[in-house]
Design a protein around this ligand. Sequence first.
Ligand code: NAP
Ligand code: GLV
Length: 326
Amino acid sequence: MSRAKVFITRRLPNIDLARLHQIAEVETWEEKQPPPYSILLDKVKQIDGLLCLLTDAIDKQIIETATSLKVISQMAVGYDNIDVATATARGIPVGNTPGVLTNATADLTWALLMAAARRIVEAEKFVRAGQWQTWEPTLLLGADLNGSTLGIVGFGRIGQAVARRAQGFDMKILYYSRHRKELALERSLGLEYAELSTLLSESDFVTLHASLSAETSHLINDRAFELMKSSAILINTARGGIVDPSALERALKNNQIAGAALDVTDPEPIPLDSPLLKLDNVIITPHIGSASYQTRAKMAQMAVDNLIAGLEAKRLPNCVNYEVYH
Ligand code: NAP
Ligand code: GLV
């Protein structure tokens, strides 16, 4: 019997692929940039298993071209780059890596929130530019966290981990999500459910943690910015597409909000001529929410475990379309 064929779209961090090599012929795309779409389209014609990243567009055409594909395993929790409906229609399970990156991403969210509140990036540039002459009463003033209101949009694993971190900062916490959570959870975290419009108008910090879908695309738009306080800071470590980038630019230029800290943009990478990169009150990091050594190693292991399960026709340990098994 011929061995299964697998394509991995980028070299994985710190992982032993011995077990995978025992059961499959493995080809890894070794370049720094993702495989171009035309190459991916060609590669999938022959394969049984695909291990991909959020930078790969696994659309209808790719999935329908991959006639022998038995599993799609994504090394990320978000999977908005994959046409899951088409995969499901073809009986292909799609795996992802939830949970192991929750704390790392919540930590990064918190780092961005604090950096924006206290203007850390501006302050650091100020020192390096030789502008630090003396202690000044009005130098680089920022916002207090203590006593302020944090608004969390999307209350899943990461949203909740962000709320847990807020406990130590004596903040009022509002959350908005597709489904209101149990009272016991709300009470244990000391938070209140609010409609999105209320959350936007009452929060000093608005942090986004919803998954990207047709429903959440441009959820934060001109109307949302109109509702926000002029002193508010927007943090986005979820997906760039949740925010309308033109509306964000207008809101920052017109002082409708005070600042933004973004780990994700639309598009990614952000073009160097983006007006956002010219603004001092915007911090942008290159989608590094889960980028710790330990977390990335766990994500890679989970992705390989999902891949192997799919090749062996077993249920994926973490699957986003379990309905393929019914
Ligand atoms: P999760 O547990 O599935 O949480 C996603 C939340 O989004 C769910 O709680 C869901 O609400 C909410 N949601 C979905 N549609 C919504 C809508 N229309 N309105 C309001 N809320 C909605 O996922 P997670 O593990 O927390 O990850 C969240 C997202 O973070 C991922 O999808 C990914 O895009 C992003 N992420 C980014 C990084 C990074 O490197 N920056 C790292 C990890 C994850 P309900 O529970 O109420 O249904
Ligand atoms: C990263 O953005 C992820 O979805 O894991």
